[in-house]
Design a protein around this ligand. Sequence first.
Ligand code: NAD
Length: 493
Amino acid sequence: GDEVKEIELDCGGTKVKVNPGLFINGKFIASEGGKKFATIDPSNGKVIAEVYEASASDIDKAVDAAEAAFRGKWGSTSANNRGRLLQALSALLMKNRDEIARIEALDNGKTFAMASRVDIPGTADCFNYYGGWATKRHGKTLDLDKNTFAYTRHEPIGVCGCIIPWNFPLLMAAWKLGPLLACGNTAVLKSSEKTPLSALYLAKLIREAGFPPGTVNIVSGYGPTTGEAISSHMRIRKVAFTGSARTGRLIMKSAANSNLKKISLELGGKSPNIIFDDCNLGQALAYSIPGLLFNAGQVCAAGTRLFVQEGIYDKFVAAFTKSMKSMKLGNQWGRSTMQGPQVDKIQFDNILALIESGKKAGATVAVGGKRHGDQGYYIEPTLFTDVTDDMEIVKKEIFGPVGVVLKFKTEEEVIRRANDTEYGLAAAVFTTDVGKAIRVSNALEAGTVWVNQYAGGGIQCAFGGYKQSGIGRECGEYALELYTEVKQVIMNI
Ligand code: NAD
């Protein structure tokens, strides 16, 4: 059929065009029966646009296209050319940085300034980085005896399904598409129903960069319908997921009940941030505040459990709450805005309910504790003190601008309490004692440990979780393992 027409969005006074169709086989098409859904602006709850919603038969079409590209044009594209295409896509992102940052801000609620400074360059870096890897995947040769030797090949898996969340919509797409394409796979990617727009803009750039049709297919839709059609599909060989632990379980189940497709999961967290008496206090504060509040607290690796040693506790909490009070909330477009709204009403209500549970359990609200304003989904930066380790606000991932402070005495004690969680995504340690930094880092059950900083490392560093925070590692060289099969060839000459 014909390509769907682009629509024009008002992004804080600037008009940006995006195509609301399903991007399948290099074309934006309508869904089966023309079904659509609306996406909203969380700063005011108003509808931004309607996009097409993929049904199970639309997913079949996308898989057909991805399989044909894998067997055809993309499958015969050289490693050098795959790398070149990924780097061309990276350059296009930077060229269109302003427009795409506007779309991301409008749909997600994050500030335009942040999307432009963090999300878009981060996405471009990811495609650039994996473009470099396309030509650098080496196999091994083994001599067995005089007449036999063996070698390994790292072959692509085939059609990969990608299911991503809404907190960093574009970046999460890139973390999957970058390594998957570098390794020679094809993709069917579903964005989050809360933030479908930037992935559609990305689809336009993928076409412009010159990837063969069908190499990357991008669809919008809900989890239990479109997402389930991907995770249970018999011809999708792998599914890469980022989202909640609850959905991660459902995806594992669908994979097991269909074709036992390979899975990688990046799930939630409740990361400890450990501040020792002997830290550089200014440094600890400078990192711990964004460590908790960056992206309105909607970060899987956010430092939400602040363990502060008793000698520095009062000073740290006083300075921390003072900074939290100075956070300026506002919509996406204000130049001095530091925190935007939460992504939607569902998240907003969940966060407020968890704040209430903290109050009921007897914790003290040191700062914040309620919604901000009376329009849009804003929540005050909130910090609880006088908490105990068994409270819901200490155990559960809140995924909003809400932290808890816990006082501790000794190194052994804090290691035990920090590890007393089902999650294991990230952690941080602030101390000027190198020996302590290394001992504690080694003892923490977490996929990432930062010392004297919170967040940072970039696309080169492995990222993923221990325990219920996930399976597999994205980013760095490790992501290549997620998208390749190892073939061992044994030769008798
Ligand atoms: P979510 O699990 O509700 O949704 C994530 C994605 O899964 C969405 O695209 C959704 O449509 C889809 N989905 C939902 N139900 C599905 C089903 N039954 N089958 C297939 N797909 C389904 O999570 P969310 O609310 O979008 O994101 C927040 C969560 O993501 C938090 O727990 C957060 O910690 C986690 N997260 C983790 C990382 C990481 O790298 N570890 C990064 C960002 C977010």
